[in-house]
Design a protein around this ligand. Structure first.
Ligand code: ANZ
Length: 928
C-alpha cells in the first residue's frame, strides 16, 4: 500500500487521544523527567509554522526520553489572560472569555494536527477561576510575608509584628521602603491600627505604595519596565509617560542577590544569563554623605562606585525629583529650578538615560561640604541623575566620569584633576606639582586597599559606608485592565485587607463595557453590586500578564487539586523542570518573575527547589520567505495591469509587490490563483520567462502584512504532520533563526515515502523478512542508533534528519526488509515521525500504541568496526589507484594482494618494484 499519511495520522492522533497514551502518573518506578514548553497566548491569528518549532523539539525530546525509560511530564496549556482579547472586547463588545475560548479551540485543533505527545489531562488556562484561585492565593502569601535579611528568606509578617512588639524597629533587619520609620517597642504598641498597617505595608512582599509608573494613556494602564520599549508600549507602540500613582508592587528587589547567585547554578544560554545579570545590575560601591553648607545637620547622600575619586569631586548633582531640592534652592534660583523640574516630567526615564550628548541642568544656589576636605561644592540638578537609582544624587567627578566632564564644560565648573589610585599606583612619578594629589593616607596603597581604607575612614567619621546597589526595581503589579486576575483585596478605612482564603477565587465580575469608568477608574469600577461583604470596595486593578505564568509549571504537576496549588507529593516527585524550551524575548520578564516566585514558594516551604528551570533552550525565530511580483509601470510611473517575471524585470520599469506565498510554488507563480486572489488582478497579463512567471524572494519577519505566513495546517494537508515535524527540525540548529522555505520540504517528504517502501514489497504489500541481517545492514542500523542518541542528548535535532536519510538510502541499496533491522529503525525514528512509525510498528505485529513506551535500541559498537580497508596505492609517492583488502591481512599478504591487482599491474607495466612499503590500515607505496 502507498504511504497514506492522511489516514495514518488521523488514525494515530485519535488512538493517542482515546487511549490517553501520554497521560502520566505522579508515581512511578521510573526516573522522572519534566519537559516544559512556554505556553502560548491563544491569539486570534492561530499558529504559523514558526510557533510550533520549539514544541516539536520538546516533543522529539519527550518521546525520546520515554523510550529511554523515563516517566516524562510533557504538558501544555494557555496563558489566556491578556491585552489582545480585551482590545477585541472593547472594539466588538464580545466578552474576552468567549474570544479566548474560540481561540483556544483553534489552537488545540492546530496542535492536535501536529501529533504532540502532551498529557492533555493536565491542561491549564490561567483565566480559569480554578487556576487563578491559586494565583490569588500566592498573592495572599506574598502580602502576608516580609523579607528577613537575617535569615535571608521570606517569613511571615506575623514574625515581623512580633519583633516590633518586643524590640521595636531596631530588632529587625528586613527589606523595606526607604521611608520606614524607627520606633521602640513601646511606640509600636501605642500606634493605632491604621499606623501599624501602613507601616507593615512598607515591608510586605506584595505592597501598595505611591510610585512613579509607566502610564500608557492610550491603553489606559500602567506597564512594567519590560513592557515598554524605547518610550512606547511594546504592544501597540503607544507613548508611555511617567506618572505617580498608588500601585501594587512586588518586592522582587529583596531577592536581587539570590536571583543573581542562582544564575550560576542553572544551564541557560549565556546571552540570556547575561541579560538577567545586567537587568539585576549589581554595583558595589559606597554611599557618602555631603553635609549642607548652611545647615550641616542635613546632608545629601550619594551613591558612588568610585569612592577612590572622592578627591576629584567638584560639584554634586541631584535628580530633579530629589526631596531636598526645594529646601536647598535659593530664592534667586527658584524660578529656573522649578521650570527645569517641569521640563523633566515630560521625559521618560529611558530618554533621560539614553541622551548622552545634550547636557542640561540648573544650579540650585546651594552648597555642600566635602566630607574629607571640608571644601564647599556647588549643588546642581540635572535629569541625567535618576531619582529611583542609588540615592538619586551623585558626587560629580569631571576628571573621572564622561558625563560629569561634559557637564562641567557646559557650565564652566571646576575640573579637579585627579589620577585615580590605580594610575597613581602604576606611575608614582605622576605625582607632580600642580596635580591634585590624593590624601597621604591612601597613597602607596593598592587600589583595593585604598578603597577599603577610604570607606573605613568615611565610616569612622560617620559620613559614609560600603553599599551594594541593584539596578533592578520592584515590579509594578497592578494593571488598570479587565481581563486579568482580580487582586483578592478590599479596602477598609483606606487600607488594603485580604479576603479570606476560603473566599477564593475572587471571581472577575461582569461589566457593561471593558473601558475605564467616566471618573477614570479601571473597568472593574463598572461592576455593580461588587463589594466585599456588600460594603467594602474591592481593589479595582487586576494582576499583570506575568502573574499567572510565574508559577504555572507547578500546576501541571497536579492540575485538578482543589486543596492546594499542587500537592506536596506531586511537588516532591516532579521537583524542577528539567528542560524548558521557549523564546528569548522573555529574558527579563517571565523568566525573572518565575524565578522570584519560585524562590518565595521555597521560602514558605511549599516547594523544594531554589531554581525552577534547570536547563533552558531558546528556539530561534522562523522568518518568513516573502515572494514578489513586479508590476510594470507606465510612462508616468503609474501601475499597469502587466506583471514581469523576475529574470526580465531589469529590462522594464517595475515596482515590486508582495504576493501571497501560498499561491507560489518553488518561486513559480500560479497565474490562475493570482488572478483570483484579488479583483484588481482578475485581468492581469504577464511577461513570462520560459513560459513561467518566476517570483523574486526575500527573507523577512513572518507576518500577515508581508503575505508570507505559512499555516502548518496547509503543510500538513499537503505533506502530513510527520513531514512538517521532520522538516522543522531539518531547517537548522534549534537555537538559530532561519527562514521558512517550503521549497525544501519535498525532500523530507520523499524520504518518508522511501522509508515506507522499505517495508513494502513492490510498493504494495507489507512484506518483511525474518532472515538474519547482514553486517552491512547492522552497521547502517547501529550508526543511526548512535547518531540519534548523541544528537538528541546534545539537543542537536537537525543533524539527525540527514543521517536518517543516509540510513534509509543505504538500506534501500541493500534491499533490506529485515525485521531485525527495521523494527529498531522504527523506534529510533519515532520521536521525529511518530505517526508513520506507529503504523509500521503495528504492521510489524506489535501491540498498538506500545511504540511510545518501547525501549530505545542498545548501540553495539562491534557492528561499526570496519573489516575492510581501501588502500591508496602510490607509485614513487604519487597516488595512482585504490585497492580494497580485508583488514585481517598482514604485511607480506597485503603486498602480494596489491601486486596481483589488475590496475597495479598495469601501472607496473611488467617491471619489478624496487621496494614495496606497506603501512597496515593506511597506505601502500611502491618504488619503481
Ligand atoms: C563618582 C564617580 C566617579 C562615578 C567616576 C563614576 C565614575 P553603576 O555602575 O551604574 O551603579 N550614579 C549614581 N547614582 C546615580 C543616579 N541616580 N543617576 C545617574 N547616575 C548615578 O554607576 C554608579 C555610578 O553612577 C556612581 O559612581 C555615580 O557616579 C553614578 F569617575 O560617582 B559615580
Amino acid at each position: 500500500m502507498d504511504y497514506q499519511f492522511k489516514t495514518i495520522e488521523k488514525k494515530w492522533q485519535q488512538f493517542w487521544a482515546s487511549n490517553q497514551t501520554f497521560k502520566v502518573n505522579n508515581t512511578s518506578d521510573k526516573p522522572k523527567y519534566y519537559v516544559l514548553d512556554m505556553f502560548p497566548y491563544p491569539s486570534g491569528a492561530g499558529l504559523h509554522v514558526g510557533h510550533p518549532l520549539g514544541y516539536i523539539a520538546s516533543d522529539v525530546f519527550s518521546r525520546y526520553k520515554r523510550l529511554r525509560g523515563f516517566n516524562v511530564l510533557h504538558p501544555m496549556g494557555y496563558d489566556s489572560f491578556g491585552l489582545p482579547a480585551e482590545q477585541y472586547a472593547i472594539q466588538t463588545g464580545q466578552h474576552p472569555a468567549i474570544t479566548t475560548e474560540t481561540n483556544i479551540r483553534r489552537y488545540r485543533e492546530q496542535l492536535d494536527n501536529i501529533g504532540f505527545s502532551f498529557d492533555w489531562s493536565r491542561e491549564i488556562r490561567t483565566s480559569d477561576p480554578l487556576y487563578y484561585k491559586w494565583t490569588q492565593w500566592i498573592f495572599m502569601q506574598l502580602f502576608n510575608s516580609f523579607y528577613n535579611i537575617a535569615s535571608d528568606k521570606a517569613e511571615s509578617i506575623d514574625r515581623l509584628i512580633d519583633i516590633f512588639e518586643n524590640e521595636g524597629s531596631k530588632g529587625v533587619k528586613a527589606v523595606g521602603d526607604e521611608d520606614a520609620l524607627e520606633f521602640t517597642a513601646d511606640e509600636w504598641n501605642r500606634f493605632s491600627e491604621q499606623q501599624k498597617e501602613s507601616e507593615l505595608l512598607k515591608y510586605r512582599l506584595a505592597y501598595l505604595r505611591e510610585s512613579a509608573v509607566n502610564w500608557c494613556p492610550a491603553l489606559g494602564t500602567v506597564l512594567a519596565n519590560d513592557e515598554v520599549k524605547d518610550g512606547v508600549s511594546e504592544r501597540g507602540g503607544y507613548p508611555v509617560i511617567q506618572k505617580k500613582m498608588m500601585q501594587w508592587s512586588m518586592r522582587i528587589t529583596a531577592y536581587a542577590e539570590r536571583l543573581l547567585q542562582g544564575l550560576d547554578t542553572i544551564d541557560w544560554p549565556e546571552p540570556l544569563v547575561e541579560m538577567q545579570r545586567n537587568w539585576i545590575g549589581k554595583s558595589v560601591g559606597a554611599s557618602v554623605k555631603f553635609a549642607l553648607a548652611n545647615q550641616p545637620s542635613e546632608s545629601i547622600e550619594v551613591f558612588t562606585t568610585r569612592v577612590d575619586t572622592i578627591y576629584g569631586v567638584s560639584f554634586l548633582v541631584l535628580a530633579p525629583e530629589h526631596e531636598l531640592v526645594s529646601f536647598i534652592t535659593t530664592n534667586e534660583q527658584r524660578a529656573a529650578v522649578d521650570s527645569y523640574i517641569e521640563q523633566t516630567k515630560k521625559k521618560s526615564e529611558r530618554d533621560r538615560m539614553a541622551d548622552t550628548k545634550t547636557v542640561t541642568g540648573v544650579f540650585t544656589g546651594g552648597y555642600a561640604l566635602h566630607p574629607l576636605t571640608g571644601k564647599q561644592v556647588p549643588i546642581w540638578i540635572a535629569d541625567y541623575v535618576l531619582a529611583g537609582y542609588g540615592t538619586g544624587a551623585v558626587m560629580a567627578v569631571p576628571s573621572g566620569d564622561q558625563r560629569d566632564y561634559l557637564f562641567a564644560k557646559q557650565f564652566n565648573l571646576p575640573i579637579i584633576k585627579i589620577l585615580d589610585i590605580q594610575e597613581i599606583d602604576k606611575e608614582a612619578d605622576n605625582r607632580k606639582e600642580g596635580l591634585y594629589i590624593n590624601s597621604e593616607f591612601i597613597n602607596g596603597l593598592s587600589y583595593e586597599e585604598a578603597v577599603s581604607k577610604l570607606i573605613a575612614v568615611l565610616e569612622e567619621r560617620g559620613v559614609g559606608k560600603a553599599k551594594i546597589n541593584y539596578r533592578m526595581r520592584d515590579a509594578i503589579f497592578g494593571r488598570q485592565r479587565y481581563w486579568g486576575e482580580p487582586v483578592p483585596v478590599y479596602f477598609k478605612d483606606g487600607l488594603p485587607k485580604l479576603v479570606q482564603a476560603s473566599e477564593l477565587p475572587l471571581l472577575l465580575p461582569e461589566v457593561d463595557k471593558y473601558l475605564p469608568t467616566e471618573s477614570g477608574e479601571p473597568p472593574l469600577g463598572r461592576a455593580t453590586d461588587w463589594k466585599y461583604q456588600g460594603v467594602y470596595e474591592y481593589e479595582l486593578s487586576t494582576m499583570p500578564g506575568w502573574a499567572g505564568s510565574s508559577w504555572y509549571w507547578y500546576r501541571y504537576m497536579d492540575a485538578h487539586n482543589e486543596e492546594a496549588f499542587a500537592s506536596k507529593e506531586a511537588v516532591n516527585y516532579w521537583q524542577a523542570v528539567d528542560l524548558y524550551i521557549g523564546g528569548s524575548e522573555h529574558a527579563t520578564g517571565h523568566l525573572l518573575y518565575s524565578r522570584f516566585w519560585n524562590k518565595f514558594l521555597k521560602d514558605i516551604g511549599k516547594v523544594n527547589e531554589e531554581e525552577p528551570f534547570k536547563k533552558l533552550i531558546n528556539q530561534g525565530m522562523i522568518q518568513g520567505r516573502s515572494n514578489f511580483v513586479y508590476r510594470l509601470l507606465d510612462e508616468e510611473g503609474g501601475g499597469t495591469n502587466t506583471f514581469v517575471s523576475f529574470g526580465l524585470k531589469d529590462q522594464y520599469k517595475t515596482i515590486a509587490l508582495h504576493v501571497d506565498v501560498n499561491i507560489v510554488n518553488n518561486d513559480v507563480l500560479s497565474l490562475d490563483k493570482f488572478k483570483q486572489s484579488r479583483p484588481e488582478y482578475a485581468q492581469a497579463e504577464f511577461i513570462l520567462e520560459d513560459d513561467k512567471y518566476v517570483c523574486g524572494h526575500e527573507v523577512e519577519k513572518m507576518s500577515k502584512s508581508k503575505f508570507n505566513v505559512v499555516n502548518p495546517d496547509d503543510i500538513i494537508e499537503q505533506y502530513g504532520a510527520d513531514t512538517l515535524r521532520m522538516y522543522e527540525m531539518f531547517l537548522g540548529p534549534l537555537e538559530q533563526s532561519k527562514p521558512w522555505n517550503t521549497n525544501g520540504i519535498e525532500g523530507v517528504h520523499k524520504f518518508l515515502r522511501k522509508f515506507w517502501r522499505l517495508f513494502h514489497h513492490a510498493n504494495t504489500d507489507f512484506s518483511i523478512s525474518n532472515d538474519a541481517p547482514t553486517k552491512a545492514e547492522l552497521k547502517s542500523l547501529h550508526k543511526i542508533i548512535r547518531k540519534v542518541e548523541d544528537d538528541i542528548e546534545r539537543f542537536s535535532f537537525n543533524t539527525s534528519v540527514s543521517s536518517f536519510m543516509i540510513c534509509v538510502n543505504e538500506l534501500t541499496d541493500l534491499k533490506c526488509n529485515k525485521r531485525d533491522i527495521l523494527q529498531d529503525l522504527v523506534i529510533v525514528l519515532s520521536p521525529y515521525a511518530p505517526h508513520i512509525c506507529e503504523e509500521l510498528w503495528t504492521l510489524l505485529g506489535n501491540e498498538a500504541g506500545s511504540l511510545s513506551y518501547a525501549s530505545y535500541p542498545a548501540f553495539n559498537p562491534a557492528y561499526l568496526v570496519e573489516d575492510e580497508f581501501e588502500y591508496p596505492i602510490s607509485f614513487n609517492g604519487k597516488m595512482r589507484t585504490k585497492v580494497k583488502l580485508s583488514l585481517s591481512l598482514e604485511g607480506k599478504e597485503i603486498e602480494e594482494a596489491v601486486l596481483t591487482n589488475e590496475d597495479v599491474q598495469r601501472y607496473l607495466d611488467g617491471s619489478t618494484p624496487k621496494k614495496v612499503i606497506v603501512v597496515k590500515g593506511k597506505i601502500v607505496n611502491i618504488v619503481i
